[in-house]
Ligand binder design. Sequence first.
Ligand code: URA
Length: 212
Amino acid sequence: MTTQEKITKLDEIAEEIKSFKGLDIAKNCTRPVPGEGNLDAQIMFIGEGPGFNEDMQGRPFVGQAGKLLEKTLLESLNLKRTDVYITNIIKYRPPDNRDPFPDEIEACRDWLDRQIAVIKPGIIVTLGRFSMAKFIPDVSISRVHGQSRFVEFGGVRYIIFPMYHPAAALRSGTVMDGFIRDFNKLKSLLHQEVAVPDILPPVTKAAQTSFF
Ligand code: URA
């Protein structure tokens, strides 16, 4: 896909998200938050849903959780926000930052799937359990965080790297330790991936293989 095609497709998705009124959270939010970042990102971060600051600005991860994400990106991976792509499972802020409802996740699913298909990152980092469950269902985040695995999604094999949500890390020192450790693991994974760019050939049959 050319850069122009990527821009066009992502703009189309963003326009659909902005004009959609089929959910209460879509009708009641200040601004929808489609996602943003590098069109050729090697890493895509998928969070849960917009919070207060994101809802105000229409941009993902711009509050405290976003500051932690940026700091760890810079410190451990030597990457800037503009090097990666950042989006969420749901595109509208739920009231009081409650967990997303299944119908909200379902209503936003196709947009996220299409964003993934446009960016086609080597590595998808899931932040929190809702994002993890999209690719790795029926597991506990406390057991699998920091363990990458191949997951076939939309006919393409991605490396999925589940992490705790940065907001959870801000609430607990133990989770924060795990969060930082996982970022350091992500660093080695990224270096491996950069060294072998063609590590992810499309596969045809469902595969969910542990990478480590
Ligand atoms: N938390 C999320 O999951 N996403 C954001 O964009 C901000 C906070």
